[in-house]
Design a protein around this ligand. Structure first.
Ligand code: CA
Length: 230
């Protein structure tokens, strides 16, 4: 489960420890020392998760979390707050602001990794390597294989990512631009009709087992993966 993680932390020692440990676990790490620098980085890339220090110079971590949650483009990025405070009252404030979890310094790398994994599993299931299965359609992120009722199905890499995202977010409609953000990555200059092309390819890849029926077009809105009739 390799994710892009933005670390917002002003203490160089902790920055280093985080960078090292996250890197060891295969994550890509972006580092900012304050809210301004984080904002600049966020303009260019959407991380999969943010580790946010509570006590930052300038805007506090709490205020920054609040601002992220109010931003249409950034509101879905999972946040784990890092803090030296361990009081229950502070923890509640942190979670109310929109943080997904909270970790108190000093923390062990093992604990941090476990929490990152748990938050990603909850908030971004397409980042995990859990096998997903819907209506006899099985996708295995580890082996990168897809089977429809035991029949191996051949998918291109984009179709695989698209299917993985849709299978981990079933019964919800996604617009073309949401799918571009989620599957292609933000700030990639891809035209929206590209999504239609890959949906068409995905459907024909799923045809041998009849699972193309799961990929539904929602007129005027986008696409949905659903086990229910469209
Ligand atoms: Ca700090």
């Amino acid at each position: 489960m390799a994710a892009t993680i933005l670390v917002i932390e002003d203490e160089p020692g902790i920055q280093e420890v985080l960078k090292f440990n996250l890197g060891q676990h295969g994550h890509d790490v972006l580092v900012a020392t304050d809210a301004d620098e984080a904002n600049r980085l966020l303009q260019g890339a959407l991380p999969d998760l943010i580790l946010l220090d509570w006590m930052l110079p300038g805007m506090s971590g709490i205020d920054f979390a609040r601002r992220l949650r109010a931003d249409h483009r950034l509101k879905d990025i999972p946040i784990i707050m890092l803090t030296a405070r361990s009081e229950e009252r502070d923890k509640i404030q942190g979670l109310e602001t929109g943080a997904d979890d909270y970790i108190t310094k000093p923390f062990s790398p093992r604990e941090l990794m476990a929490r990152i994994k748990a938050v990603l599993r909850r908030r971004a299931p397409q980042m995990t390597e859990d096998l997903v299965e819907i209506e006899g359609l099985r996708l295995d992120p580890v082996s990168h294989r897809v089977h429809g009722d035991q029949t191996p199905l051949e998918l291109g890499p984009t179709e695989f990512r698209l299917l993985h995202f849709l299978m981990t977010h079933p019964e919800r409609v996604y617009s073309r631009s949401q799918l571009l953000d989620q599957v292609w990555g933000d700030h990639v200059f891809v035209e929206e009709r590209t999504v239609d092309v890959h949906i068409r390819r995905l459907r024909s890849a799923l045809e041998p087992s009849g699972h193309d029926r799961l990929i539904q077009t929602v007129r005027g809105s986008g696409y949905r993966l659903s086990a229910l009739p469209g």
